[in-house]
Design a protein around this ligand. Structure first.
Ligand code: SAH
Length: 241
């Protein structure tokens, strides 16, 4: 059996003997860029059915067919953790999405705050980044990336029972351990480069489900802060704990 190294997310059912049609972009990647031909092996996942080894049955220039052989990994969902963050410059926003997938966030929620210096994002592009990150890191799940929503709207419809861990730069340097039951529905909130406005801070402080969080004695850039917050939560309450 040849090594099956390439992992692909596909939006198709997977199961023993199941044929999976690949579209133009994936066909280009598999058959032109990676030069796979009939009989080559790849790994597939669809976010629901675990990971499957599949064999190339047809390799065309713009399309192809893969046939699933056997399951190689079970479906594993990440803990119920959302990452709320204020989008920053494009390359750093891409970085945050990629790291959120590697770190095991279940949902990625870009939020617009008063000092957010981005008024639109491209959710479909960010979703493509999320898929690539999942393909690369061995995850069997791709977290959905929401469209940009104002923070106050997100808070207005906050689901009951979900804790909101707020990376609050005013808490920098304080010893504020993260506490909560393992796996409890949670979200992390990371602010923009300009931090949160006074109005936002007082609103956040008054929420019953808010848990202010410190990320150490130094002020981190938003992209670093996202990774640090994900790490703390995963180690304390998530699938590292
Ligand atoms: N310009 C702001 C800092 C923004 S840093 C100021 O000087 O106050 C970007 C975001 O990262 C912050 O909004 C916060 O959510 C998070 N952050 C950075 N360092 C942090 C720390 N030490 N503790 C808690 N949150 C932090």
């Amino acid at each position: 059996m040849k090594d099956a190294k390439i992992r692909l997310f596909v939006d198709a059912p997977l199961g023993a003997g199941q044929a999976v049609a690949v579209g133009e972009a994936q066909a280009n990647y598999l058959f032109n860029v990676m030069r796979l031909s009939r009989g080559a092996q790849v790994l597939l996942f669809n976010g629901q059915s675990g990971e499957w080894r599949a064999e190339v049955a047809e390799a065309g220039k713009r399309s192809g067919i893969l046939i699933c052989a056997a399951q190689t990994a079970p479906q594993i969902m990440p803990p119920d953790l959302w990452l709320l963050f204020a989008p920053i410059k494009k390359a750093r926003t891409d970085f945050i999405v990629e790291k959120a997938v590697e770190m095991g966030a279940a949902r990625i929620c870009p939020v617009q705050t008063q000092h957010t210096n981005a008024d639109r994002i491209r959710p479909e592009k960010l979703t493509a980044h999320a898929m690539e990150a999942a393909e690369q890191c061995g995850a069997t799940f791709v977290p959905p990336v929401d469209d940009l929503r104002p923070l106050d709207k997100v808070l207005a419809t906050w689901p009951e029972g979900r804790l909101l861990f707020w990376a609050d730069e005013a808490m920098a340097g304080q010893n504020l351990p993260i506490t909560g039951p393992k796996g409890a529905p949670s979200a992390l909130l990371i602010g923009p480069e300009g931090g949160f406005s006074d109005a936002e801070k007082s609103r956040l402080r008054a929420l019953p489900y808010i848990r202010p969080m410190s990320l150490g004695p130094r002020i981190l850039r938003a992209d670093t802060a996202a990774v640090a917050a994900l790490t703390l939560w995963q180690a304390q309450m998530g699938d590292w704990a």
